[in-house]
Design a protein around this ligand. Structure first.
Ligand SMILES: [Fe+2]
Length: 180
């Protein structure tokens, strides 16, 4: 779940999708030796927001799931990045309590955090946490390190990503889709 999602609409289309005990769309999927922890960072109360948040209930769920996980590798997926990435405009829209997530991931030795939301591929180590921010299948956002502009670029090939579970650990591939 991210800023463009609606939990009720999602549940009506995907009635079998897992929810946690508090109704957040969070689940664990195990692929070979890698466990994926999929988070719900939607922040829409009381008003629609483009920023994200992980409340105590959602972080508590992640803490318990990570503690109980016996997989060789752990990958956590959240729509909103947890820290600023040097672009003032998009950085305003990040996870509002990102430090809490990063502290939790570090405490559990999580291999990789995967995020989206910024519409451009970015690799980072955020407070010690290896992080991949993925590109978009829709449009790109121009790099702007000296302004707060958020400038969409539409004439670029869409990107999708493939996560492989290898003997050495999770490997993330980025693939461009040729434009028609
Ligand atoms: Fe988003």
């Amino acid at each position: 779940m991210g800023n463009c999602d609606n939990r009720a609409a999602f549940a009506s289309v995907f009635p079998d999708a897992a929810q946690d005990a508090h109704g957040f769309v969070q689940s664990v999927v195990t692929l070979g030796g890698t466990a994926l922890f999929c988070l719900d960072s939607l922040d829409r109360e009381p008003d629609p927001k483009h920023s994200g948040v992980l409340c105590a209930d959602r972080l508590g769920w992640l803490d318990a799931q990570l503690a109980a996980c016996a997989a060789s590798h752990r990958v956590v997926v959240a729509h909103h990045p947890p820290a600023a990435v040097g672009m003032a405009g998009p950085d305003r829209l990040r996870l509002r309590n990102g430090d809490a997530l990063l502290d939790l991931l570090r405490a559990h030795g999580v291999d990789l955090l995967i995020c989206g939301h910024l519409h451009r591929p970015i690799l980072a180590t955020l407070k010690g946490q290896s992080t991949a921010i993925l590109g978009s299948t829709a449009f790109d956002v121009a790099l702007a390190t000296n302004s707060d502009a958020i400038t969409p670029i539409f004439d670029v090939p869409p990107l999708y990503h493939v996560l492989l579970d290898t003997d050495a650990g999770p490997v993330l591939h980025c693939e461009q889709v040729p434009m028609a």
